[in-house]
Design a protein around this ligand. Structure first.
Ligand SMILES: Nc1ncnc2c1ncn2[C@@H]1O[C@H](COP(=O)(O)OP(=O)(O)OP(=O)(O)O)[C@@H](O)[C@H]1O
Ligand SMILES: [Mg+2]
Length: 451
């Protein structure tokens, strides 16, 4: 059953609305004051609220904006009732988030239609929220390594708090993915996630980029611009590559963070915002502080909750799972959902050092799929030279002499072929082998001719 709250100081209007709505099988409560309405809202979750604009204790629009800013997911859709229906009030009400507007004297038909639409809108909104929550729960952070599990747990714990997060990790290790997961599992998930790449903005524009401007200095340009902080109001602001901000910008960001207030360029008044800041960097900020490139006070402001994403080479256990996930995803995309990968190919991937981390692995899987359109199964020979060569040669990586010898031979042959610019005959010659012998060797070692 749908719950409706009627707030109007005229007793006969309350009575009328109660009657016609109950007739339609809605559950209805009513009150004549704003203060009582807010108390009721705290205890019961109403789907729709019919709110008179003139109330004895407070202005209806004020109550409306208070409701819209409630922290709960379960806000009612608000329909404003007014006896003095001017366009201006209607516009203001809509801006404040009212669903619709009813004018006195109320008509039965219009009232019922508006209420029905509001209930439908509420239902869709709840469904959407639930959907997003579900999506957030299937955290896309793949991996069963201790590090991956710890990251997921840390996200679950920290996301609902409003604490500032600083994410450290090499390029491509998944920092942005984590920032988005934190947002998705936070109370702000319904609001915006705004990303700002601090490294990509020219120094001269950073202030207007961050804080916006009123009265553009650029002739013919738009008169005003909302900055990143303003756009992120109510949501999450992701400051990527914070280590690349200039000292001047750092000072400004620090002030804005401290005060949660800033003044757009050319504006008279400062504005306040409510943003949660998540920052990320692949630099060692402590070193940058020591070198005088990063403000220590800003570091402590940002680094309330540190997240460290280890490089892929330090969590090799995740490589098989990630590889298969990417293979499945790209397989679906390229219409080859049944493509598989050989165990020994995965072994090879596990031994590579992945300087570009998960991004490099993801790109590699996509490339291998594209380059081998016929292969039903990805084999060692399909993997690029880089992976073959980048394999680490530490003795503890091999369990048998045979494996160690093969790895060494493969490296040695690849090096020679490389020196001969891919000319197999010449490589065979320098290796002191018959050409056909080298081909055979390459086949057993999983070196593809194309490479
Ligand atoms: N654990 C993971 N599971 C699934 N996909 C991942 C994982 N980690 C990273 N990725 C994928 O790898 C790619 C790179 O990740 P992301 O952009 O988050 O890295 P980054 O640390 O922000 O990199 P950069 O420092 O270069 O900005 C993305 O496509 C992301 O979806
Ligand atoms: Mg990134």
């Amino acid at each position: 059953m749908n719950h409706i709250l009627v707030v109007d100081d005229e007793a006969n209007i309350r009575k009328l609305l109660e009657e016609i709505l109950r007739e339609e099988e809605y559950s209805v409560a009513s009150t004549g004051t704003a203060s009582e309405a807010l108390v009721l809202l705290r205890d019961v979750s109403y789907d729709v609220m019919l709110l008179d604009i003139w109330l004895p204790d407070r202005d209806g629009l004020e109550v409306l904006s208070e409701i819209r800013s409630l922290e709960t997911d379960n806000k009612p859709e608000v329909i404003i009732i007014s006896g003095h229906g001017t366009i201006e009030t209607a516009v203001r009400a809509t801006k404040l988030g009212a669903f619709d507007f009813l004018e006195k004297p109320l008509t039965l038909e219009r009232t019922l239609i508006v209420v029905k639409n509001a209930i439908e809108a509420k239902r869709l909104r709840s469904e959407n929220q639930e959907f997003k929550r579900q999506l957030a729960l299937q955290t896309p952070i793949t991996g069963e390594s201790v590090a991956a599990k710890a990251l997921r747990q840390q996200i679950r714990l920290m996301a609902p708090t409003n604490g500032r997060v600083l994410i450290f990790g090499e390029s491509g290790s998944g920092k942005e993915l984590i920032a988005r997961a934190i947002h998705a599992e936070s109370q702000r998930c319904e609001r915006v996630f705004v990303e700002l790449n601090c490294a990509a903005i020219p120094e001269d524009y950073i202030e207007s980029e961050l804080f916006g401007y009123r009265n553009s200095a650029i002739p013919g340009g738009p008169a005003e611009k909302r900055g990143t902080f303003e756009r992120a109001d109510g949501g999450t602001l992701f400051l990527d590559e914070v280590g690349d901000m200039s000292l001047k910008t750092q000072a400004k960001v620090l002030r804005a963070l401290d005060e949660q207030r800033f003044t757009p360029v050319g504006a008279i008044h400062a504005m306040s915002v409510d943003v949660r800041v998540i920052a990320a960097t692949n630099k060692n900020l402590e070193e940058e502080i020591a070198k005088g490139n990063f403000r220590e006070d800003l570091f402590y402001r940002l680094n309330v909750i540190p997240f460290y994403v280890p490089p892929l080479r330090d969590r090799k256990e995740d490589i098989p799972l990630l590889t298969r996930d990417f293979l499945r995803a790209f397989g679906r995309e390229y219409g080859r959902s049944r493509v598989d990968i050989a165990e020994d190919a995965i072994e090879l991937l596990k031994h590579y050092h992945w300087p570009g981390n998960v991004r490099e692995l993801k790109n590699l899987i996509e490339r291998v799929l594209i380059l081998n359109p016929q292969a039903p199964r990805i084999e060692r020979k399909h993997l690029p030279m880089l992976v073959h060569r980048g394999t680490s040669k530490r003795s503890e990586d091999f369990s048998t002499l045979h494996q160690a010898r093969e790895a060494y031979e493969r490296d040695y042959i690849l090096k020679k072929i490389d020196e001969c610019h891919g000319n197999i005959s010449r490589a065979a010659e320098t290796l002191g082998l018959e050409r056909s012998h080298l081909y055979r060797k390459m086949r057993t070692l999983g070196i593809s001719v194309r490479e």
